[in-house]
Write a new protein. Structure first.
Length: 420
């Protein structure tokens, strides 16, 4: 760590219980990580669904999508106009896509297939966070087992590299709208020599089914003309709006991933601190950062949740009393439900009282902790800027972005402290 010890030692002296690395802090950070993963996974699944649909649409061009293209020539006369439409659309679309994006259609097709796989791999990696979080939540003695902790550190470190690789894919996904728009500029019209066959020559059951499907899809094309060329482009028409939403979806998930990276970095630092693998000064800095970026936001979240539960059970009791007074609910049923709600209400009030004890500590020591973190982050960013200037390299770009996101998290924490 590069922080100035004098800028935060005072805050640590007054609030050891708030800014000291511990297994409880690790569990809290893992819980925050797990909840963030839920948001990331939800957003990624929407994006992944769009990528899968686009990958399937690109298969029509036979450019290397899953399963390859279909040999339409094997279906007799009914296959000829389809094969001709595909060849014509592919040729024109390739020109438009290269002109619009500077990248060939075949390259974009390969990218869509590989990025779809990358999304699936990334989501599978995130599942490990829940596994690690569950293991520490169910730990009975609150102690850390060194060997298991090192295994968890290794697993979480691998996820960090998965995130870096996945972000490179994410940065290009936003351009897919341009690809689809370029493809939809294709207008084969009547110049492509496409004509509907008078009669099929396919005798197999599959060929007959395929012909009926073609007829059905043709009847639902945008222009209702039954044109085979429009049928070829129809999959892109169907996903056009979904693809156009990708930039907004990517921007949102990028924000969630930025928070995920901050929490992941802090969790890794906490594990090392609890294992005694970093110096006492570094451990103190980690404790401060976790307190500001994890413990305070989680405390505010838990207080809000407890107050909401209290309000919910109070409302249920009020409605139950009203129903009893009106004779809608008899005394026996009232007694059963009233006891259930009263017990739940008492549990929620007790939980809120425990949280208020922590809130009192934060009201006293919180400002000093946040100020100390701001001082450390400012110093770290200045040091990185000086390194970049002296070493003439941007090798610290990722670390700088991470620190900037942590500073944003710190700014978000100040109003939370004021609301306690």
């Amino acid at each position: 760590m590069l922080g100035d010890e004098l800028s935060y030692s005072g805050a640590i002296d007054r609030s050891n219980d708030l800014a000291l690395p511990s297994v409880n802090g690790m569990v809290t950070t893992l819980s925050a990580l797990d909840r963030t993963v839920g948001s990331v996974v939800s957003d990624c699944r929407e994006i992944s669904s769009t990528l899968t649909s686009l990958s399937e649409a690109l298969q029509m061009f036979g450019q290397g999508g899953r399963g390859g293209g279909t040999d339409w020539g094997g279906f007799g006369l009914i296959g000829l106009p389809i094969a001709g439409a595909i060849r014509a659309a592919k040729g024109v679309a390739s020109q438009y896509v290269k002109q619009q994006t500077g990248t060939p259609l075949s390259t974009w097709t390969d990218f869509v297939v590989s990025s779809d796989d990358q999304f699936r791999s990334f989501l599978a990696a995130l599942d490990q966070v829940a596994d690690v979080a569950q293991r520490y939540r169910t730990s009975a003695d609150g102690q850390i087992e060194p060997e298991q902790a090192r295994e968890d550190f290794h697993a979480l470190s691998n996820i960090r590299w998965e995130v870096q690789a996945w972000k490179l894919v994410l940065s290009r996904v936003t351009q897919l709208g341009q690809v689809v728009d370029a493809i939809l500029r294709v207008d084969l019209g009547g110049d492509a020599g496409i004509a509907e066959p008078d009669a099929p020559t396919v005798s197999s059951g599959f060929g007959g089914t395929l012909q009926r499907r073609i007829k059905e899809v043709q009847s639902r094309t945008v222009d209702k003309s039954g044109d085979v060329g429009a049928w070829v482009l129809h999959p892109f028409v169907e996903i056009k709006e979904k693809v156009r939403q990708l930039p907004t979806q990517v921007a949102h998930v990028s924000g969630e991933v930025g928070l995920f990276e901050v929490l992941l970095e802090l969790e890794l630092a906490e594990i090392r601190a609890c294992l005694g693998e970093i110096s006492p000064t570094e451990a103190e800095v980690v404790g401060l950062r976790v307190a500001a970026s994890v413990l305070l936001p989680e405390l505010a979240h838990d207080i809000a949740e407890a107050k909401q539960r209290i309000a919910t059970y109070e409302m249920r009791l009020d409605r139950l009393r009203g129903a009893r007074g009106e004779g809608v609910v008899d005394d026996r049923i009232y007694a059963i439900l009233a006891q259930e709600y009263e017990e739940a209400l008492q549990v929620s009030r007790s939980r809120l009282a425990e949280l208020e004890v922590q809130a009192d500590l934060w009201r006293r020591d919180g400002p000093a902790i946040l100020d100390a973190c701001a001082s450390w982050l400012g110093l770290e960013l200045q040091l990185l800027a000086a390194r970049q200037l002296a070493e003439q390299t941007d090798a610290f770009g990722e670390h700088r972005s991470l620190l900037q996101r942590e500073r944003e998290r710190l700014d978000e924490a100040r109003p939370l402290l004021a609301s306690l």
